[in-house]
Design a protein around this ligand. Structure first.
Ligand SMILES: [Zn+2]
Length: 452
């Protein structure tokens, strides 16, 4: 595996990975300052006021802000037998267009990523097709030995989907939860959790409308799940990352708990509320479902004050035909890679979020939590992953123009202020002014530290 990685990197060559980003605005201390970034051989060689291209290709960034390449730790790139919904090439094209230079893909594919062999097969297939860097989560499993093997093969976490585990796992048994955590702790990778305790659901599920479906998955399910998982984690030296939390109380519980607990929220739970289900129906159907306006506002306020660790898109593409099958059969999930950054930049422009917080939520914290060394910041020596944004540019979200195969969005028609202009992955321009300029395979497959 190590051998293959080396081969992939040398095949990319290095001469075309030298780039000078000239005169960008970079956040330094308490404000923006004009700097140029020289990237050589895929790494940041120098950041300074004076620009010396040393023969590198030059990108004029005057008037634009340079951010560290963003990291989305929760995406579903699908591919394999679900490639009709999304594949590695289109999903990572969407990532590049959205300013994400690294994404971590979820294991609920067909076949599921629940064995080292299937993980390695996914890594090999992806390496030829991805336009940004991609790492893979694996499914939580009750097989002790397999956990160590998955970690060694480079899995970034073990995903526990509490409503319906991806691999055989008895989620009802606390002892099984603790064993998973113990093994993950030993293997050195986190457990990522979809926190909904379905046992706490009350009454028969009616599914005549999306509103009823959402009502059957109330906030209590999340509260119970977070309680149970934090309780189980207390005695085990394991890291737990909670996916897409929707409640301020959940964030506070994570803050109050062990330093090994981290939290994530999506732009849709931060910005949209449940009443949209009545007007948008399938376009706004995802799990956990959208919450009340009161819950949404509390979640956003907690995010602003620093209680949240990570914003992730939970990019979950489906075909429109599938989504339109009615409440009973409509698969949950919305695409998010191309809307997340413009929406977050809009929050900054409205004075609802501070710039340094955005960098924490979308770059530095994800890098720290998932051990993505030398990423998530702009520092000499780091990987040359950079996104250039125009903070003033106004646009309207238009899903018909997505690079993703999933051409729908609950944000369709919304006006945004702040847009991605260029995305640079390892010193190579992949996306520029609305065009994909990076080829399939120009991104790298990343493996968690333990495999090296
Ligand atoms: Zn997901």
């Amino acid at each position: 595996m190590v051998l293959q990685k080396k081969r992939a990197e040398t095949a990319q060559g290095s001469s075309d990975r030298s780039l000078l980003v000239r005169d960008a605005k970079i956040w330094i201390g308490k404000g923006f300052s004009k700097r140029s970034i020289l990237i050589e051989n895929g790494r940041i060689a120098k950041i300074g006021r004076r620009a010396d291209s040393r023969g590198a290709r030059v990108v004029d960034a005057s008037g634009l802000c340079a951010l560290p390449g963003l990291i989305d730790v929760h995406v579903h790139l699908r591919d394999l037998q679900l490639s009709y919904k999304e594949d590695f090439a289109t999903g990572t094209a969407a990532a590049a267009a959205g300013g994400f230079t690294t994404v971590l893909d979820m294991p609920n594919t067909i076949p599921p990523t629940d064995s080292p062999r299937l993980l390695v097969e996914k890594q090999e297939l992806a390496s030829k097709r991805v336009r940004v860097n991609v790492g893979f989560h694996a499914a939580a499993t009750s097989e002790d030995r397999r956990i160590e093997e998955l970690a060694r093969a480079g899995a970034f976490s073990l995903k526990l989907y509490m409503p319906k585990p991806i691999a055989p796992f008895n989620v009802e048994r606390d002892a099984e939860l603790r064993r998973l955590m113990k093994n993950a702790g030993r293997a050195g990778i986190p457990v990522t959790v979809h926190a909904e305790e379905m046992r706490a659901s009350t009454g028969p599920v009616r599914a005549d409308s999306f509103k009823q479906l959402a009502d059957a998955r109330p906030p209590l399910l999340e509260t119970r799940a977070v309680e149970r998982i934090t309780e189980a984690q207390r005695a085990v030296p394991c890291r737990v990352h909670f996916c897409h939390l929707t409640l301020e109380s959940s964030l506070q519980r994570v803050v109050a708990g062990s330093s090994r607990l981290t939290s994530e929220a999506t732009p849709h739970h931060l910005l949209l509320s449940a009443r949209l289900l009545e007007t948008l129906g399938w376009r706004a159907w995802m799990v956990p479902p959208l919450r009340s306006e009161t819950h949404r506002q509390a979640l956003l306020a907690a995010t602003r004050s620093g209680a949240l660790d990570v914003v992730a898109s939970d990019h979950a593409p489906h075909t429109i035909a599938e989504k339109k099958r009615g409440p009973r059969n409509s698969p949950p999930g919305v695409p998010g890679l191309e809307t997340t950054l413009p929406l977050m930049l809009t929050l900054i422009n409205k004075g609802l979020l501070e710039f340094p917080r955005l960098i924490q939520l979308l770059a530095s914290n994800p890098a720290k939590i998932f051990g993505l060394n030398s990423r998530g910041a702009l520092r000499p020596g780091d990987h040359g992953d950079v996104v250039l944004v125009d903070m003033k540019k106004r646009s309207r979200i238009d899903s018909s123009r997505f690079f993703s195969k999933a051409k729908y969005s609950p944000f369709d028609g919304l006006e945004t202020r702040g847009a991605v202009v260029s995305t640079i992955v390892g010193g190579r321009l992949v996306y520029e002014n609305g065009e994909l300029v990076g080829e399939e395979g120009c991104g790298a497959v990343l493996r968690s530290r333990i495999s090296r």
